[in-house]
Write a protein that binds this ligand. Structure first.
Ligand code: K7E
Ligand code: CUA
Ligand code: CA
Length: 655
């Protein structure tokens, strides 16, 4: 019998039904089948992939193999979930404030990160697209994750010991529209493309020798190089500007070490959608990193008033090549040895595999078929390993550990599995570049991932498809629907779809990293509070600065002090010191009627500044259910009307 018609599900517990259930209990399994979900009954059938988590206690044992960090798109940060359980773990707020995850600009550290250094605007809208996990020798190392905001010219570093944003770096000379981001094999360089063409500082257009009209264009494109120090600190290194906007990007490794590969879909330099399809091809770019550094060292650059320390280099002064790629390419991805660079014409059925060894030879032998803006155009016949006609709307590509590429198709709503050429044929013994499996998706594949699938050593085993559309896959939840992450086991052909998970709109790229590389480094408490442990709670009044400074300790289940007075209009600097040392015991400080809520993790110290401009009693309260006295964990900020204030109303704590 189907679950749908089970009396329990319908909630019709009439005496007759209860009686039948009692009979069922007495008879054991015979009637029990009625109330078991069909999936639980089906798990024992032979050949089916066994979900590894039939029972909760096995999940408590924390046996997931991978963490997935999924870009949140308009959510402005990351979603985190486990694989293969597909269980949602948390979110990491980055560019958008999110008090549910303790990320609010009331905290000066957060506020500073969200502030545009040039305009001093606090920017609270972001659009994350491309996470790139830090790596050592081309392999994930579990230290950090870097990610861009498409809406503003800024990138962030997330620290994987705290799952919190540690730095936001603003990129100069542009308004945003940043797209592809990639980290180098040893995490010392990061490249961020500007997909949207810009009208830059006149010093830049002059240096490029191009003219840009604000109304009529054509505008110019750029990518930023960012240095990453050994402690993860990011700093602007240089920018390269050229005639086009640049879309996706990878910094090469192995056979393509020392090169940046990227795509552009708008080599027409068009200003609206239809003319962006005017040419039957656009380009893949190959940029030599050493030549960019040499141009900087040789002084071939300009700087701008906004960023006097960041050299801006012209494409003319660096070593760069292009090769034609059919109609509007998007993703560009590199195989594990660094040999194959794969891309595709988004508006075609064609997928191109470029052999990077052949590309270097073609450069050496000047196998050019012309130039565009002075950039040599490499002969496609000289650089391609294959041009495959595979299906509608090829978009992004990942790689496994068995020598296969996985190409996602937006229009076909599937993923095609394709064997790579040498040196991978000994792994799969297949004729290269011919589809061996088709993974159906529900629906419209955007990005896809294989764990480690953008590194020198993919882990394989799974593919996750990040589908843009769900249609009727899940319960209706309003006109704006979630997206669908689908998990496939790829150890066999055909691959098996083993789970689906709705996730908020809309993820772009995501990466999966072995749990063993991250879980051991995750902190459960902070140690900052130890440094101020000796300081006693106190309230200080500074009449000259019109400022009250409150030094407050926070521990289950008390704020000390739990009441203080403030003259109306004064600034209140509140230092919160968590004295907790136990894991999972976070508190918080939310102030009634003041648009203020901060989270305070165990052992953490936070400063909150606010202006006491609303007279009256304002309760502050703890925001997390920390003990059975959680609701009582509150106190009063008493804002005394200016006219009524006298110094005898100051709060003095008994010492
Ligand atoms: Cu959505 Cu990588 Cu921004 Cu393609 S991008 S899907
Ligand atoms: Cu502290 Cu609730
Ligand atoms: Ca185009």
């Amino acid at each position: 019998m189907a679950l749908k018609s089970s009396p329990l599900v319908q909630g019709v517990l009439t005496p007759k039904v209860v009686g039948a259930l009692l009979v069922g209990l007495l008879l054991g399994t015979l009637v029990f089948g009625v109330v078991l979900p069909s999936s639980a009954r089906g798990a024992a059938s032979s050949g089916a992939y066994q979900r590894p988590y039939p029972l909760p206690h096995q999940y408590w044992a924390r046996t997931d193999e991978f963490y997935v960090f999924a870009s949140g798109g308009q959510q402005g940060g990351l979603y985190v979930y486990g694989v293969p359980s597909m269980k949602y773990l948390s979110e990491i707020p980055i560019f958008n404030p999110d008090q549910a995850w303790g990320w609010t600009p009331e905290e000066p550290k957060v506020r500073k990160m969200l502030t545009n250094p040039w305009t001093e605007e606090v920017v609270t809208r972001g659009d994350t697209h491309h996470p790139s996990l830090s790596r050592t020798n081309g392999v994930y190392d579990g230290r950090w994750l870097f990610i861009n905001d498409k809406l503003h010219p800024r990138i962030a570093r997330v620290d994987l010991d705290t799952f919190r944003t540690g730095q936001i770096l603003w990129l100069p000379n542009g308004n945003g529209g940043d797209h592809g981001l990639s980290v180098s094999p040893n995490s010392d360089l990061l490249v961020q493309n500007f997909e949207h063409e810009q009208v830059p500082d006149p010093a830049i257009t002059q240096h490029l020798g191009l003219t840009v009209d604000l109304l009529k264009g054509p505008y110019v494109g750029a990518f930023s190089g960012v240095n990453i120090a050994s402690d993860g600190a990011m700093s602007n290194a240089w920018q390269v500007w050229g005639p086009w906007g640049f879309d996706m990007v990878r910094i090469g490794w192995g056979k393509s070490d020392g090169w940046i590969v990227s795509t552009s879909y708008n080599t027409e330099r068009a200003l609206s959608a239809v003319p962006m399809f005017a040419r039957d091809h656009d380009y893949a770019f190959f940029w030599n990193i050493a030549s960019i550094r040499k141009a900087v060292a040789d002084g071939k650059y300009v700087t701008t008033k906004q960023a006097p320390d960041v050299p801006v280099v012209s494409w003319k002064d660096v070593e760069v090549y292009v090769t034609p790629i059919p109609l509007n390419p998007h993703g560009i991805d590199i195989s594990p040895t660094g040999k194959y660079v794969m891309t595709s014409g988004k508006a075609t059925t064609l997928v191109v595999a470029i052999d990077f060894e052949k590309t270097l030879e073609a450069i050496q032998n000047k196998r050019f078929i012309g130039d565009d803006f002075g950039i040599p155009i490499l002969d496609p016949d000289a650089v391609r390993a294959a041009t495959m006609d595979l299906g509608m709307g090829p978009t992004h590509i990942e790689f496994d550990n068995q020598g296969y590429a996985y190409v996602g198709f937006f229009v076909d709503s599937d993923i095609k599995k394709v064997p790579l050429g040498e040196p991978y044929t000994r792994l799969h013994n297949k004729e290269p570049w011919k589809v061996v499996d088709v993974l159906p998706a529900h629906f419209s594949v955007g990005h896809l991932l294989v764990p480690g699938g953008d590194t020198a050593q993919p882990y394989g085993k799974y593919v996750i498809s990040m589908n843009k559309l769900t249609k009727d896959t899940f319960l209706p939840h309003g006109p704006l629907e979630s997206e669908n992450h689908e998990l496939y086991n790829i150890e066999q052909v055909p691959a098996q779809l083993i789970d689906q998970m709705p996730l908020g709109p809309e993820t772009h790229y995501s990466q999966a990293i072995p749990a063993s590389l991250v879980a051991p480094r995750v902190k459960t408490t902070y140690t900052e509070a130890r440094a101020v442990a000796a300081e006693k709670p106190r309230v200080e009044y500074d009449y000259a600065a019109r400022e009250v400074r409150v030094h407050m300790t926070v521990v289950r289940s008390f704020f000390t002090p739990d009441a203080f007075t403030v003259p109306e209009g004064w600034k209140v600097k509140t230092r919160l010191v968590s004295q907790e040392t136990a894991m999972d015991i976070s508190h918080g400080f939310a102030l009634d009627g003041y648009n203020l809520s901060v989270s305070l993790d165990p052992g953490e110290v936070k400063d909150v500044e606010w202006v006491a401009d609303k007279p009256g009693v304002h309760w502050f309260y703890c925001i997390w259910f920390c003990s059975e006295l959680h609701m009582e964990m509150r106190g009063r900020a008493i804002v005394v009307p200016q006219a009524d204030w006298t110094p005898d109303k100051e709060t003095h704590l008994a010492s």
